[in-house]
Design a protein around this ligand. Structure first.
Ligand code: BGC
Length: 405
């Protein structure tokens, strides 16, 4: 796969994509998250930190709902052959059991436009926010949540199915449950281990049932989740560090995947973090390069995670990987290094079939608001223009030639 010009070629039909999610780019949403952003409690919290609330309210986001063609233009320019995005549950089912056909057709038409441009859609069914009526019955703690999520999946997939092959039921269930129910930084801001544990169990059930539903709709559907795995490294190979690594791998990286192993066709890997264990967990090591969020950039980590995921014996798609980098200082370097490591894993027999960069455009970054800039394209929030960062050119070269140098 390496030619005489030292180019590393990727397998034929490799998918080159970008990822986004509805709440982070669409704008104009009313769901539990949008209401939390404006809640008295949240505004007070921001005021106490001397932060301008407007930077933390998603509002129009990147205006993608009103002008999704602007995003397709970027995808075409990059030469993508795949795109991962999410539908928003509150748009599709604003009231219990009442489905908005206009919203469903909106997504159907968007998917048709992607297809018309030769772009394979990867549809995420849930990327965190829930409708207000779900929030009001207790969100992911509600005894009815699994049934209601399944009803939503059935209706949505039933509508979009003719145009979609790849479904991602849940985005990063372990990250969501941790931040929303145990660490308490995301809505509903709980700090309760029992709730956290129960929510994980509900998410597992929800995926398992959704898998069956998606297969009933069409047995050819390919179904998975987007799983955020961390590369845990035991410092100095010390016994205590190895024991901690064992538990961290089991709880954070493996438990969910093992619980759904018989109900998934592919593994979706989201990679952002390395954690070097030295008598405890810490992300604060000496890194040569860091993102604007102070996240250490450790491209080698993806190699170890991919090698580890091989044990599931399923095709792997890297459903997210990226960095906040307003000045675009490290993005091209990072993508290149990540892809070298992906290539290495493929060469050693890991079945990686695609890479989706997070993100196509700047997006609303949850509790961090609009400050972190993850886009290959910058969004000018005055007029919603998309402006290519230099790394967009770099990624275009990779996508169009199916190789790195
Ligand atoms: C999430 C995205 C988020 C990205 C960068 C992932 O954990 O799925 O929604 O924007 O990380 O933080």
């Amino acid at each position: 796969m390496q030619n005489e010009n030292n180019e590393l070629n990727f397998p034929p039909n490799f998918l080159w994509g970008c990822s986004t999610s509805a709440h982070q780019i669409e704008g104009g949403l009313t769901n539990d998250w949008s209401e939390w952003e404006k809640s008295h409690h949240r505004l007070e919290e921001l005021k106490n930190q001397n932060k301008n609330p407007l930077d933390y309210i998603s509002g129009q986001a990147a205006n993608s709902f009103l002008d999704n063609n602007a995003d397709i233009v970027c995808m075409k320019e990059l030469g993508l052959n795949a795109y991962r995005f999410s539908v928003d549950w509150s748009r599709i089912e604003p009231q219990p059991g009442i489905f908005d056909e206009t919203a469903l057709n909106y997504y159907l038409n968007f998917i048709k436009s992607l297809r018309a441009h030769g772009i394979e859609p990867f549809v995420t069914l849930w990327h965190w926010p829930v409708p207000l009526w779900i929030r009001d019955i207790g969100g992911w703690e509600s005894p009815k949540i699994v049934e209601y999520f399944n009803r939503f999946v059935k209706k949505t997939a039933g509508h979009l199915n003719t145009e979609v092959n790849f479904w991602i039921t849940l985005n990063e269930p372990m990250v969501y449950s941790g931040n929303s129910y145990m660490v308490g930084i995301w809505p509903p801001q709980k700090k309760n281990f029992i709730s956290y544990y129960k929510v994980i169990k509900k998410l597992i059930k929800a995926h398992r049932l959704a898998f069956d539903t998606l297969k009933e709709i069409d047995s050819d559907n390919k179904v998975g989740i987007a799983k955020h795995n961390i590369y845990f490294e035991a410092f100095g190979n010390k016994l205590i560090n190895r024991i901690l690594k064992f538990f961290a791998d089991w709880w954070i990286n493996e438990r969910f995947l093992k619980a759904i192993d018989d109900k998934q066709d592919f593994i979706g890997l989201n990679y952002y973090f390395h954690n070097k264990i030295n008598y405890g967990f810490s992300r604060q090591h000496e890194y040569e390069k860091k993102s604007d969020l102070n996240w250490g950039l450790h491209p080698e980590g993806i190699y170890y995670l991919l090698k580890d995921l091989k044990k599931y014996n399923k095709p792997i798609y890297i459903t997210e990987n990226g960095l906040a980098d307003r000045g675009d200082q490290h993005r091209s370097w990072y993508i290149n290094e990540i892809l070298k490591n992906v290539h290495h894993a493929i060469k050693e027999g890991t079945d990686v079939k695609g890479y989706f960069h997070w993100s196509l455009i700047d997006n609303f970054e949850w509790a961090e608001g609009f400050h972190p800039k993850f886009g290959l394209y910058e969004v000018d929030y005055k007029n919603f223009d998309r402006i290519a960062r230099p790394s967009a050119q770099f990624y275009q070269d990779v996508c169009k030639n199916n190789r790195i140098i």
